[in-house]
Write a protein that binds this ligand. Structure first.
Ligand code: NDP
Length: 312
């Protein structure tokens, strides 16, 4: 098996990973970045991004990630289109393996593996993805202003996003599969107090309707089995996210939902020389701009760490 030694290894290619790469390469850390299975991350499955500063006319998510990548390449980041499948953080340098078995020894590691939205898993959801189906109300709600939309979920995310959507949409249908919500009491109260927000209890999504855009949703009452249709043009899924942190299990501290724990306000993990950025450690903000900011922090922390150790 092949092996090599690097000063800075970046795992992940969303806004956090590429921003870390831009900073690390400009600091002469000669970073190597592994993109993972979905180069560009979650933004590659969105359409217009209108809330990232610096793009006054908006930008398509995939194009924005292409811009991030080209900026990282411009300063010499070595980008590899492969997945990291195993790490060993027991000593220094850290050991990391790619899916093909290539071994890397790294003085510093920046984790930017992100999170993935959970989906319902029905065929129409896949077919209409980005054609009215979205997993991010803050990103895409604006495109449905004045319209009628549905959102699935019963947790804090669904409650928060439903009230967010209610501010700009004509009517919002919240589809909750149980007779109660898991969301905090205060969020539930907000949901129930919002006039144009209708909660459908014991309800699941039978099918999202439409060919090239969402024209409605067929819902099923789980108690009566009765089906009915809602005339929505937008369909949001807010049933949780899964951080892509499986390979760090046993090495780094995680919360109960497997998000990595960092020192508050910093990118440090409990392992020296291993830094974390982006959605892998953030279940609250989950925005491209906050991920990019934390990627910058991780690269600056890595640079200082390598300087303190006399490696650079
Ligand atoms: P959660 O895991 O808390 O909730 C997921 C919700 O989706 C549950 O109500 C669940 O239903 C429902 N669900 C899961 N799968 C399906 C499915 N296939 N069909 C229909 N419904 C489904 O995820 P969240 O993203 O809401 O929250 C994650 C964490 O982030 C939580 O700890 C939350 O408190 C926190 N958070 C905090 C916020 C804040 O404080 N402002 C804002 C947002 C999140 P069921 O209950 O039946 O299992």
């Amino acid at each position: 098996m092949s092996s090599e030694k690097v000063k800075c290894l970046i795992i992940g290619s969303g806004p956090a990973g590429y921003t870390a790469a831009i900073y690390a390469s400009r600091a002469n850390l000669a970073p190597v970045l592994y993109t993972g299975k979905e180069p560009g991350g979650q933004l590659t499955i969105t359409n217009d991004v209108e809330n990232y500063p610096g793009y006054p006319d908006g930008v398509m998510g995939p194009q924005m990630m292409e811009d991030f990548k080209n900026q990282a390449l411009r300063f010499g980041t070595d980008i590899r289109y492969e997945l990291i499948s195993k790490v060993d953080f027991s000593g220094h340098p850290h050991k990391i393996w790619s899916e093909t078995g290539h071994e890397i020894e790294a003085d510093s590691v920046i984790i930017a593996t992100g999170a993935s939205a959970k989906w319902l898993g029905i065929p129409s959801e896949q077919k209409l993805m980005n054609k009215g189906v979205s997993a991010c109300a803050v990103c895409d709600g604006f495109f449905f202003r004045g319209q009628e939309v549905a959102i699935v979920g019963g947790g804090d995310t669904a409650a928060e996003e439903a009230t967010y959507l209610a501010k700009m949409c004509k009517k919002v249908h919240l589809l909750v599969r149980k007779g109660e919500m898991r969301a905090s009491k205060i969020m539930q109260e907000r949901v129930l107090k919002t006039e144009n927000l209708i909660v459908h209890w014991h309800t699941e999504t039978a099918e999202i309707l439409g060919e090239d855009s969402v024209t409605g949703v067929r819902i099923r009452n789980l108690q009566s089995g009765e089906e009915s249709e809602l005339p929505v043009t937008g369909f949001f899924v807010a049933i949780g996210h899964k951080p892509n942190t499986d390979i760090f299990e046993g090495w780094l501290d995680m919360d109960e939902n497997k998000y990595l724990k960092a020192t508050p306000g910093r990118s440090f993990t409990k392992v020296e020389g291993v830094f974390v950025s982006g959605d892998a450690a953030d279940h609250i903000y989950r925005q491209a701009v906050t991920a990019a900011g934390s990627g910058c922090m991780a690269a600056l922390d890595a640079e200082r760490y390598l300087a303190d150790k006399g490696i650079i």
